[in-house]
Structure formats: structure tokens, C-alpha cells
Write a protein that binds this ligand. Structure first.
Ligand code: FES
Ligand SMILES: [Fe+2]
Length: 388
């Protein structure tokens, strides 16, 4: 549905800082190059510790990071062929997490029934992805499309983010184009206007108009005159749980979010600069130098400022979780509603299909404290009357 883009104050509840994820989506856990064949690494997807390994044939697998024998973390082990071997007693687990060999058992002895949870895993866009929810849903849930990934003439900059903050705080930062003030010393954008806003059960799209000037905008191909002001449209599309943000053919950012726990979030982003188009051979030659330079001197200063704000928000929240805040951007309100809705839908489905499932229990004590007030707070963002 389309929402009006008027800015007006609304008091928001902090329940959005307390929800967990809807695990029935693909989440990024590592860059593919961090996992060569025969290697195993530990990752955490919303408090679930997972050992991700690449077998010697190059396939990626993910199993619970706890040996069913005594609980030793399996990421401390070794990869043998397509199996993961626990470092303690050498029990071997196949890709489904089942124990298939115990080195000190005679060949004819029956193995105990010992299985670690396994998770669907795959590699795409140079990223390792894990599906932490119901494995039967994995094939029906697509990973965000990144069509620019195969355009080898386009400069691609991978960006890793680590934030000591709840994922809702991080997601709001990405949706919030009104924080150009923070980046004023970096020649960021100014005079933002929210043009329109649309939301659905799984997405929020906000279109803004912003202005730029200075040498950075010239480098990015925004203007030909470094003193001139250029006005552009920026689209920010949150397709739960990831983002795609574009600026009128100048940049395209895919921001893949990994909620690690209640106060830690990571991101794996791919930034494409289609205007920096060079022949493939030249791009390949200068990329190893160009990418770190662009990252260090252009994008990291922005990211570091954002990290400062997100972590500050988180610290204040942790001091007083009941404190209320005023939000004026309807895109943020719509985003919060979506995060709450996705979580509540998952909780509902989870408790219906398996009432004893621990995943259907509240993630934090503070959630339980507010159980008398557990429905999504009605919002007063007025509709334009155009349903869809
Ligand atoms: S703890 Fe893993 S094999 Fe014993
Ligand atoms: Fe920012």
C-alpha cells in the first residue's frame, strides 16, 4: 500500500528493539573467499552457533556448532572429504549432521544415534548464505537478486560492517536518508525530501530526493562541476531482511544483513558504481588497488560515523529499555512495523506447528515483561487511499 510521505511526530515503542528475526530467510554469514576448501569457520545467526565448512570438492555445508557427543564446538575440528570431524574423540559427521564414523569403534559395531542440526547453505554473489529456519522452506525463499554482479565492467566494492547494535537500529539507519546532517563534513547529501513511500507484508520502499555538491559528487559522476549542486532521486528498498538502495544510475547498494544477537549485527554489502566503467582488463588490473582506496577514503568515513550513531542509540536503549522516542519519518515507522510483523508471523506459525518449539518462546525477558501489551501498536500514518 502507498503511504503518504508527510513528516509528523509519532511516539514509538521500543518493542522493535526486542524482537528476534524471522529465520525463514537466507542470511549472509561470510565472504566466500574466507572459506577455502577444507576449512571450517564459526558463525552466529541470531544466537545460533553454526559451523560452516567447505568440503574438499568445494561444496558449502552448515551444521550446529556443538558436537552431539560432549558439546565441543565443531568449528575447532577438521574437514575430511565432505565430513566434519570433531577434534576431541574424532567422531565424524556428514553434511546432514549425522555421526557416520567413530574411530575407536570396531567396524561392525553399530553407531549411536547422534546428530547435529544441519542448515541449508549455499554460495552466491561471493557470499556464503545460511537458512536458519525451517529447511523445507529454503528452496521457496529466494535470495535478493543482484543483476550487476555479473557485469564485469562495473566497479564492485564489497563492504563489511560490524555494529554493536540490534538489527532494527541498523536497518533504520539505512532507511533514514534524513541523517545527511551527520555526514556534512564529508560532503554528504543535503536537503532531503521524502517523495513517496510504499509498503507490503515483506517490504518497504521509500523514494527520496537529495542534493549533493563538492568533489566527492564529481568523483561519483553526480555532477560535472565540483562547485555545482546536483539533485538526484534515491530509492531505498527494504525487502525483509535485506536492502537494495539506488541513486539514479549512479550507485546501487545491496546490503545483506546478519543479525547476530540482541546487540550485535553484521552486514555484507556490495556497492556497484556503474558510472566508473572501465574495460574489463583495465578494471581487473587496477581493482586490487582501487577498491581498498575507494573503501578507505570515501566510504569507510561515512560508515564509521554511522556506526558511532547506531552504537550510541543502543547504549541509551540498554540504560533504559522503557524510554519512549519520537519519530517523524513515516519510512522508519513502516520499517519498524514490518520488522515486528515478520517476527510475530514467524512466532505464530512456529507455535501453531510446534507449541513446544523453543524458537516460539520470547527471545528476551523484557519481551515477557510487556506481554500484556504484545500486539503491534496501531500507527497513525495516514493512507493515501490507494490500496494494492
Ligand atoms: S566431544 Fe566430539 S567426539 Fe567427543
Ligand atoms: Fe549514514
Amino acid at each position: 500500500m502507498e503511504l503518504t510521505a508527510a513528516l509528523r511526530g509519532q511516539t514509538i515503542q521500543n518493542r522493535v528493539r526486542e524482537v528476534g528475526i524471522n529465520p525463514n530467510h537466507w542470511y549472509p554469514v561470510a565472504w566466500a573467499h574466507q572459506l577455502p576448501p577444507g576449512r571450517v569457520i564459526p558463525v552466529v545467526v541470531w544466537q545460533q552457533s553454526i559451523a560452516v565448512y567447505r568440503d574438499t570438492a568445494g561444496q558449502v555445508h552448515a551444521i550446529e556448532d556443538a558436537c552431539p557427543h560432549k558439546g565441543v564446538e565443531l568449528h575447532l575440528g577438521e574437514v575430511h572429504g565432505d565430513r566434519l570431524v570433531c577434534p576431541y574423540h574424532g567422531w565424524e559427521f556428514d553434511r546432514s549432521g549425522q555421526c557416520v564414523h567413530i574411530p575407536y569403534f570396531p567396524p561392525d559395531q553399530k553407531l549411536p544415534c547422534a546428530t547435529a542440526l544441519s542448515y541449508p547453505a549455499q554460495e552466491r554473489y561471493g557470499i556464503i548464505w545460511v537458512f536458519p529456519g525451517d529447511p523445507q522452506l529454503a528452496d521457496s525463499r529466494p535470495i535478493l537478486e543482484v543483476p550487476e554482479y555479473d557485469d564485469h565492467n562495473c566497479l564492485m566494492i564489497p563492504i563489511t560492517g560490524v555494529f554493536n547494535a540490534h538489527f532494527s537500529i541498523c536497518n533504520e539507519n539505512t532507511m533514514d536518508v534524513f541523517h545527511g546532517f551527520l555526514h556534512k563534513d564529508l560532503q554528504g547529501w543535503f536537503d532531503p525530501v521524502l517523495l513517496n513511500l510504499q509498503d507490503s507484508n515483506s517490504s518497504v520502499q521509500a523514494n527520496y530526493r537529495v542534493s549533493y555538491k563538492g568533489t566527492l559528487s564529481k568523483f561519483l559522476g553526480l555532477s560535472t562541476n565540483s562547485d555545482g549542486v546536483t539533485t538526484r532521486n534515491v530509492s531505498v528498498h527494504y525487502q525483509y531482511p535485506h536492502y537494495h538502495s539506488t541513486m539514479e544510475g549512479v550507485s546501487s547498494l545491496y546490503l545483506m544483513r546478519l543479525p547476530v544477537g540482541p546487540n550485535q549485527t553484521r552486514s555484507f554489502s556490495l556497492l556497484f558504481l556503474p558510472k566508473v566503467r572501465l574495460p574489463k582488463w583495465l578494471l581487473r588490473a587496477i581493482k586490487p588497488v582501487l577498491v581498498p582506496l575507494v573503501l578507505r577514503f570515501i566510504f569507510m568515513p561515512f560508515l564509521e560515523q554511522d556506526v558511532g550513531m547506531m552504537e550510541s542509540e543502543q547504549r541509551t536503549y540498554q540504560k533504559d529499555a522503557k524510554r519512549r522516542y519520537v519519530e517523524v519519518n513515516p519510512a522508519i515507522i513502516a520499517l519498524q512495523r514490518l520488522i515486528l510483523r515478520q517476527y510475530e508471523q514467524f512466532m505464530q506459525q512456529s507455535s501453531q506447528s510446534n507449541p513446544a518449539n523453543p524458537a516460539s518462546q520470547p527471545p528476551f525477558e523484557s519481551w515477557q515483561d510487556q506481554s500484556s501489551n504484545s500486539s503491534i501498536e496501531p500507527l497513525t500514518v495516514p493512507h493515501s487511499g490507494k490500496g494494492q
